[in-house]
Design a protein around this ligand. Structure first.
Ligand SMILES: [Zn+2]
Length: 250
């Protein structure tokens, strides 16, 4: 089943994300910019493109009955990422921004994971960081910019730009992937497995992300379910939000 109305989806996500960002960082009310969830550069609408968190090449490996029953966008989880070329430490990176970066470093590993038989599959650190980065995007997609702008968000955004090994500050509990046997066909009773790809449970200082038959843990500096004071200037610190707007690779 193909994607429909992609331009509309991009505009819809843009407005949703702008609304969320303005509520956390009022400076954005006076411009028409959005922060890329990975590099955190403020950019214009035309500098973003739609991102399938579970890449299309991975979804193409789903069984035919699944592809017929559940639309691709539903199986992937969608967000926006930048396509403006990255400049890291003065060096221009070829390609289209974070969108290409994810494609180059993570999408093949995500495809490997989606179709893996974990009885035999050996995971390497690239697989783990691919899953960690997809989990971060899934958290961002569910809870918005507060995830990206927390200290834990800066850590996860930094990790996104270090595809080969885990950064020292990433807790060991977040460097483990648990996996079970994957399902191999579609039935009415298991639609949930195939449709929403990420099921997220927040538990204090971490989030558990279930991606189909895999589970991982991601760090959180703040429980995103706690209410946030978005309008009052003076509130107890646990309801206040101090966004960290540093670009990931600065
Ligand atoms: Zn970016």
């Amino acid at each position: 089943m193909n994607m429909i109305d992609l331009p509309d989806l991009k505009a819809k996500l843009w407005h949703q994300m702008r609304h969320d960002l303005k509520s956390l960082v009022p400076w954005f009310a006076d411009n028409d910019l959005l922060l890329c969830p990975a590099c955190c550069r403020p950019l214009r609408f035309d500098e973003f493109s739609l991102e399938h968190i579970i890449p299309q090449q991975a979804l193409a490996c789903d069984p035919l009955d699944v592809r017929d029953a559940v639309p691709r966008n539903e199986r992937s989880g969608m967000t926006l990422m930048c396509r403006k070329p990255l400049v890291i430490k003065g060096r221009k990176i070829p390609g289209h921004g974070c969108n290409s970066w994810k494609g180059k470093f993570y999408d093949a590993s995500l495809r490997d994971l989606i179709r893996a038989d974990f009885q035999r599959k050996q995971l390497n650190s690239r697989h783990q960081i691919a899953l960690f980065s997809a989990g971060y995007l899934a958290l961002f997609r569910q809870f918005g910019y507060q995830i990206a702008l927390l200290p834990s968000g800066l850590l996860m955004r930094n990790q996104f730009f270090h595809p080969n090994s885990f950064l020292r500050d990433v807790p060991l509990s977040c460097q483990v992937v648990l996996a079970g046997e994957r399902l191999r066909s579609y039935e009415e009773g298991n639609r949930e497995y195939w449709s929403e790809p990420f099921k997220i449970t927040v538990d204090g200082a971490s989030a558990f992300i279930v991606l189909r038959n895999m589970v991982l843990n991601l760090p959180l500096s703040r429980d995103p379910k706690l209410p946030l004071a978005r309008a009052l200037p003076y509130v107890p610190s646990k309801y206040a939000f101090r966004p960290d707007l540093r670009t990931a690779f600065e």
